[in-house]
Design a protein around this ligand. Structure first.
Ligand code: ASP
Length: 311
C-alpha cells in the first residue's frame, strides 16, 4: 500500500492576512507525517506527529495558540484512534500541557479507558511524566484579543463561530492501517468545562481499517448531534466514495441541525478528500510524493514533495 496523509487546520472563515501562515502550517504537518510514513512508520504515529506540528504552531487553535474559555483560560480536547483494532484515546477539558494529542495516545496505550477529563487527565499526565506548562504559556496575544472582542460584542460566539484552527490528520500506512487524530482548544468563550466533538469518538474522528478514517472540524455541538465522523464512514460502508460520503454527512448536518463543518476523509484504498460546508478550510495531503493543499472551495494547489521541501 502506498502511504497517504491528509491534514486539516480548521474550518470556518480565515482572515486574509493569515491565509499564508495556515497554508504553510498544514503543508509542514502533512510533510512531517508523510516522511514518517515513507520511513515505514505507522499511520498512528504519522497522524500524531502531524498534529503535534500544528499544536506547536501558534496560528492554530490547538495546543499553543488555543482559543480561551469564558474565564480567559485554555481548555483543550483531543482524540486519537487506531483503525487496526479501534483502540482509542481521548482527553477533554485539559489544561497546562503543550500536546494534548500525546496525552490522548497515552490514555489509549496505558489505561483501560478511552477518555480522561479535566483533573483526572491532569493527574494521569503527571503520573506519566508529561511536563506541566503554565497555562499562560499557551495563550497568544491573538487569542486574548479574540476573547476580549467576544466579551465586548455581546454576541453568542458558541452559536456563531466555527473552526478557528482546530487541527486533525488521517493516514494510511504501507501495511494498510488507518488512523485519525484531532486536537483543539474548542470554541472561543465557551463555558468552563464545555467538551466538544473533538474528544468524542465518532464525532471528532473515527478510524476503522475495514472502511476508512475521518477527522472533523466545525461547530462541535452540531457535529456531536449527528456523530459526523462515524456517519461519514457509514456512508462509505454503503458504497459511497470518500467525497460522496463527506458531502452526505455535511449536508445532513446542515439540514438537520443547521451546523457547519469540515472533514478530511480517507478510505482503505488510499482515496481521500477534504470537504467543508463552511466558507473555508485549510487542508493539505500527500500521496505518491505529491503535495496538494488549499483553503477555498475548488482550490487545489499541487507541488512535488521534493519542491516543497526546498522551500
Ligand atoms: N469542533 C471544535 C469544537 O467544537 C471547534 C473547531 O473545529 O474549530 O470544539
Amino acid at each position: 500500500m502506498k502511504p497517504v496523509i491528509v491534514v486539516h487546520g480548521g474550518a470556518g472563515v480565515i482572515v486574509k492576512e493569515y491565509e499564508e501562515r495556515y497554508r504553510s502550517g498544514v503543508k509542514r504537518a502533512a510533510l512531517k507525517g508523510y516522511d514518517l510514513l515513507k520511513q515505514g512508520g505507522s499511520a498512528l504515529t504519522a497522524v500524531e506527529e502531524a498534529v503535534v506540528v500544528m499544536e506547536d504552531d501558534s496560528n492554530f487553535n490547538a495546543g499553543y495558540g488555543s482559543v480561551l474559555n469564558e474565564e480567559g483560560e485554555v481548555e483543550m480536547d483531543a482524540i486519537i484512534m487506531d483503525g487496526k483494532n479501534l483502540a482509542t484515546g481521548a482527553v477533554s477539558a485539559v489544561r497546562c500541557i503543550a500536546n494534548p494529542i500525546k496525552l490522548a495516545r497515552l490514555v489509549m496505550e496505558k489505561t483501560d479507558h478511552v477518555l480522561l477529563t479535566a483533573n483526572g487527565a491532569a493527574l494521569f499526565a503527571k503520573a506519566q511524566g508529561v511536563p506541566e506548562v503554565p497555562g499562560e504559556k499557551l495563550i497568544t496575544e491573538r487569542s486574548k484579543e479574540r476573547w476580549r472582542k467576544n466579551i465586548e460584542s455581546n454576541s453568542n460566539p458558541v452559536a456563531t463561530q466555527v473552526g478557528l484552527g482546530t487541527v486533525g490528520a488521517v493516514a494510511i500506512d504501507s501495511e494498510g492501517n488507518l488512523a485519525c487524530a484531532t486536537s483543539t482548544g474548542g470554541i472561543s468563550n465557551k463555558m468552563v468545562g464545555r467538551v466538544g466533538d473533538s474528544a468524542c469518538v465518532g464525532s471528532g474522528g473515527y478510524a476503522d481499517n475495514i472502511v476508512g478514517a475521518t477527522s472533523t472540524t466545525g461547530h462541535g455541538e452540531s457535529i456531536m448531534k449527528v456523530i459526523l465522523a462515524r456517519l461519514i464512514l457509514y456512508h462509505m460502508e454503503q458504497g459511497k466514495t470518500p467525497e460522496e460520503a463527506a458531502d452526505a454527512g455535511l449536508n445532513y448536518m446542515k439540514t438537520k441541525v443547521e451546523g457547519l463543518a469540515g472533514v478530511i476523509v480517507i478510505n482503505n484504498s488510499g482515496d481521500w478528500t477534504a470537504r467543508f460546508s463552511t466558507k473555508q478550510m485549510t487542508w493539505a495531503a500527500v500521496k505518491e510524493d505529491k503535495l496538494q493543499f488549499g483553503i477555498y472551495h475548488g482550490e487545489t494547489q499541487t507541488i512535488s514533495v521534493e519542491e516543497a521541501l526546498k522551500n
